[in-house]
Design a protein around this ligand. Structure first.
Ligand SMILES: Cc1cc2nc3c(=O)[nH]c(=O)nc-3n(C[C@H](O)[C@H](O)[C@H](O)COP(=O)(O)OP(=O)(O)OC[C@H]3O[C@@H](n4cnc5c(N)ncnc54)[C@H](O)[C@@H]3O)c2cc1C
Length: 500
């Protein structure tokens, strides 16, 4: 861009921000200070310079913002809690950040088994409000105490209970909000059936804030399961554990949660975090399994599941009560933070592998660790094949960083080769843009670009995400600590040789 055009653009952006300020006031439009700084990045910690943070309190605020943005060509990045791990909520295009967290009302309609929510409602608050009425909102991202329903809808968030209950999309009955040009729209209503023209509701879900701004959602609720039952099983190898997953599902069981923790994750949990589940078995990969349902059905199910565990595992144990179940889940919670003893930087991927290729995936991980000489620990949601591959390295070590960069690319290529995909729940944002060409062909990319162009001809909403290749490696992340950041262990560890 020539200097003259750049100056003209800057002047126009300044004028636009002034008009936003005049329209909505300085209580809502923040142009400096810590609050604005905190809006410059998300959990990826990739920060970008931008002009103003708008803390919207009403639909009118959203509409005013988008209309002015279109008039002046100002980029707008909608923001929930900023827990996105991909940079999807970082304002890469500059302009304005539209924070909707103050729009956070929740109403439960027990007779319809629905929750009517504003986008800033925290997911765990929706779950609690539903539970208070004997109802159940299943999607449970690990960030649920912090993240918003708007962010979950925009990323089509998942979680552990997807094994049985599916992802956010499966619970969104209707959405209301604004097109990128500031026009109000609603896709569906407080009803369960919806076949009235194009289903743009589903197009918005998972669009990472690039196609519209959600200001209200109608969510489907289920009856709350009567009871849960937890079991843990240890296996001789990662392959054995994933073979056992296949058996369990083939035999027709439907666990509500089925989490896999590979041998390197277990090293982190046992040797770094100090959590040990079995007295005589250590260092072995685990499956953490939960079933839910009526008490009588669980009583009938237990011997059959225990029989599966006996046949397939090296050791197993069941939780006899909620307190014991809590202790089993402790391993899952602690492993993620413990990994930081192996490297100060984590690349947390969320790839998906079809069930039939999970054993091959486990073998590939061994090869990847051996060839990259990096500690790579994998855990995740085995029933739906959505695994978190955590590549750890030290950011000040150029050689480790180069190997990490190589390892991610190898991983993505392999996953697509295994008929899987590069993201199951976090989305693309900035971090995964270099791999879109591995996962999607030109015709698919063109179709997506055409949709973006049709709904957002001025490229206002969240520009730079999904489509443009962004090299996160060239961007030094902020060093700030966020409320959801795990406590880092003291000292440095090196992965033992037998785990390479
Ligand atoms: C510790 C931790 C654990 C996590 N665990 C999980 C997990 O188990 N499963 C999972 O799926 N994810 C997980 N995540 C990722 C993250 O929490 C999810 O992507 C979540 O959905 C983001 O919600 P948010 O409110 O923080 O949205 P933000 O990060 O603020 O925004 C995310 C995206 O949504 C868009 N957006 C936000 N609000 C709106 C709106 N109202 N209208 C339109 N677009 C909007 C933004 O523009 C951006 O593209 C985890 C993150 C952390 C830090």
């Amino acid at each position: 861009m020539t200097r003259k055009r750049l100056t003209k653009k800057k002047d126009s952006a300044k004028k636009a921000t002034l008009r936003l300020l005049n329209s909505l006031g300085s209580r809502k439009v923040i142009t400096q200070g810590n609050a604005k700084y905190m809006g410059s990045f998300d959990s990826s910690k990739l920060a970008f310079d931008y002009d103003a943070l708008l803390r919207a309190r009403s639909e009118n605020d959203v509409s005013v913002c988008l209309k002015l943005a279109n008039e002046y060509g100002v980029p707008v990045t909608t923001r929930g809690a900023g827990t996105s791990l991909t940079g999807s909520a970082s304002p890469a295009g500059g302009g304005w950040v539209l924070d909707v967290t103050l729009m956070n009302r929740i109403a439960i309609k027990k007779d319809k088994a629905m929750a009517i929510v504003q986008p800033g409602a925290i997911v765990s608050s929706i779950q609690a409000a539903a539970e208070a009425e004997g109802l159940f909102y299943p999607p449970d991202p690990s960030s649920q105490k912090y993240c918003t329903i708007g962010g979950n809808i925009a990323c089509n968030a998942g979680g552990m209970r997807c094994a049985k209950y599916g992802v956010t999309r499966d619970y969104v009955l209707a959405l209301e909000g604004f097109l990128p040009n500031g026009e109000k729209v609603s896709w569906g209503g407080e009803y369960r059936k919806y076949a009235t023209g194009y289903n743009i509701r589903d197009l918005w879900i998972g669009s990472e804030g690039t196609l519209g701004v959600v200001t209200k959602a109608v969510l489907k609720l289920l009856p709350k399961p009567e009871k849960t039952w937890t079991l843990v099983a240890a296996f001789d190898s990662d392959e054995d554990a994933l073979r056992a997953v296949q058996r369990l599902l083939e035999e027709g069981f439907h666990p509500s949660i089925l989490e896999f923790l590979d041998k390197r994750t277990i090293y982190c949990a046992e040797e770094i975090a100090g959590v040990r589940l079995f007295k005589n078995v250590s260092g072995k990969p685990l499956l953490l399994v939960e079933f839910d349902g009526p008490k009588a059905a669980l009583t009938k199910l237990k011997p059959k599941v225990l029989n599966w565990a006996k046949r397939t595992s090296r050791a197993y144990k069941q939780a006899k009560n909620d307190r014991e179940a809590e202790m089993l889940w402790e391993t899952r919670r602690k492993c993620s933070g413990a990994m930081f003893a192996l490297g100060d930087t984590k690349i947390n991927e969320d790839i998906v592998v079809p069930l039939e290729n999970q054993v091959r995936f486990a073998k590939f991980l061994d090869t990847l660790v051996r060839r990259s000489r990096l500690p790579i620990a994998t855990f995740g949601h085995a029933a739906d094949g959505n695994f978190h591959v955590n590549i750890m390295y030290h950011r000040d070590n150029d050689d480790e960083m180069a190997r990490a960069k190589w390892a991610v690319k190898e991983l993505m290529q392999k996953i697509v080769g295994l008929k899987g995909t590069i993201s199951g729940e976090h989305g693309i944002g900035l971090a995964k843009t270099p791999f879109m060409k591995i996962a999607r062909n030109e015709a698919e990319m063109d179709a997506m670009r055409a949709i973006k162009k049709a709904l957002d001809p001025n490229n206002i909403l969240n520009p730079g995400k999904i489509f443009d290749v962004y090299e996160v490696w060239n961007h030094t992340p902020e060093t700030v600590s966020l409320p959801w950041d795990k406590k880092r262990p003291e000292g440095r560890r090196i992965l033992p040789e037998h785990l390479f």
